[in-house]
Design a binder for this molecule. Structure first.
Ligand code: PLP
Length: 381
């Protein structure tokens, strides 16, 4: 088979969609004004900002004034945790999260621990799941916040957010979810789920990098992370990234509109990959076999190291990843796989293949022909 260039690292980031790029261009050029300016130019930029807020709110079932623009998923997670614990610290100093969160949450809770907060890290099962009963048992009278991701970036497992949120609310505890990998890929309605805070990042759904949003349910008090000019109704200072926000809204509008059709195609490609790769001896699917993100196929190979797997595939034109983007270059075993109880030897040999609608059946043919021979060559070395 002829060499192809195949990008299957969409959990790390996605290509900007043509629609998002087109929507953004005028805001780099003609409509460059500051949205806070009161002249007509400023009003045009402000109108684009508010139109984007409406689109994003409606994509997740939120109200317009529950959407706050940020610089991406990392800021949204940091702000959700820090902003809530600061505002509610008079009620208690206990936070609950899991052992499989993204570093944007983990490093924040670790910093909060140094400031005197107590954090419970709920352990996960072999698929990276936790149960409502586990959460219920961990809640204390001084618990102020639960933060549990909607879908795991490394192994693709989707967590039972509605059930978990119900448990937290029964005990009057606020619930944040890092939905960075889920928004634009699975249906989300914040009202049906009941969540109080939700993190969004545009570059995971064909939007631009460095822009995101935090949903904060009306009535929840959140202290600012950024102080300054009082933008975003005083909650998040800093001149808004108007082109980025417009691009994020255009990308999310499309992602939600085409979700059912795209997911049919993506799930069928994902399942072909899973079936094909599992024929390789010593290979394992990681994450939940049933409840997983539509485009997410993650594996572990006994006795291999992730780095040579990824670099050899890259030489063959396949751009995949070992784990999360931030730790892809690391030679440590996957912290997430270890948390699921996998052996060290498996946790070293991870490969993450994440698809989107830009991939084709021909890409999958190429992957299924190339990956088995790469793995067997590496095993002989
Ligand atoms: N949370 C999760 C689950 C992620 O996968 C990522 C990015 O990989 C982030 C947060 C951070 O998002 P951003 O890259 O927009 O800062």
């Amino acid at each position: 088979m002829e060499k192809r260039i195949v990008y299957v690292d969409n959990a790390a980031t996605t290509a900007l969609s043509d629609k998002a790029l087109e929507a953004m261009l005028p805001y780099f050029g003609k409509h460059y004004a500051n949205p806070s300016a009161i002249h007509n130019y400023g009003s045009d930029a402000k109108a684009a900002l508010e139109r984007s807020r409406r689109l994003i709110a409606s994509a997740i079932g939120a109200k317009n004034n529950e959407i706050f623009f940020t610089s991406g998923g990392t800021e949204s997670d940091n702000w959700a945790l820090r902003g809530i614990v600061e505002a509610y610290s008079h009620k208690g100093k206990h936070i609950i999260t899991t052992t499989v969160e993204h570093n944007a949450v983990v490093k924040t809770t670790e910093a909060l621990e140094k400031q005197g907060y107590e954090v419970t890290y709920l352990p996960v099962d072999k698929y990276g799941r936790i149960t409502p009963e586990q959460l219920s048992d961990a809640i204390r009278d001084d618990t102020i916040l639960v933060s549990i991701m909607m879908a795991n970036n490394e192994i693709g497992t989707i967590l039972p957010i509605k059930e978990l949120c119900d448990v937290a609310h029964k005990r009057n505890v606020l619930f944040h979810t890092d939905a960075v990998q889920a928004v634009g890929h699975i249906k989300i309605n914040v009202r049906e789920l009941g969540i109080d805070l939700l993190s969004i990042s545009a570059h995971k759904f064909q939007g631009p990098k460095g822009v995101g949003a935090l949903f904060v349910r009306i009535g929840r008090i959140i202290s600012p992370l950024m102080y300054g000019g009082g933008q975003e109704r005083g909650s998040r200072s800093g001149t808004e990234n108007v082109p980025g926000i417009v691009g994020m809204a255009a990308a999310l509008e499309d992602a939600v509109l085409d979700m059912d059709d795209n997911n049919k195609k993506i799930i069928s490609m994902r399942d072909r990959i899973i079936q094909g790769i599992l024929k390789i001896s010593g290979s394992y699917l990681t994450g939940d076999p049933e409840n997983r993100l539509p485009g997410h196929a993650a594996f572990a190979f006994e006795g291999l190291d992730k780095k040579p797997i990824v670099t050899t595939l890259s030489k063959a034109g396949i751009h995949a990843s070992s784990a999360s983007a931030c730790s892809a270059g690391s030679v440590k075993p996957s912290r997430i796989l270890l948390a699921t109880g996998a052996s060290e030897s498996l946790a070293y040999g991870t490969l993450r293949i994440t698809l989107n609608e830009y991939n084709s059946e021909e890409d999958i043919d190429y992957l299924l022909e190339t990956i088995p021979s790469v793995i067997s060559t590496l095993r002989m070395e």
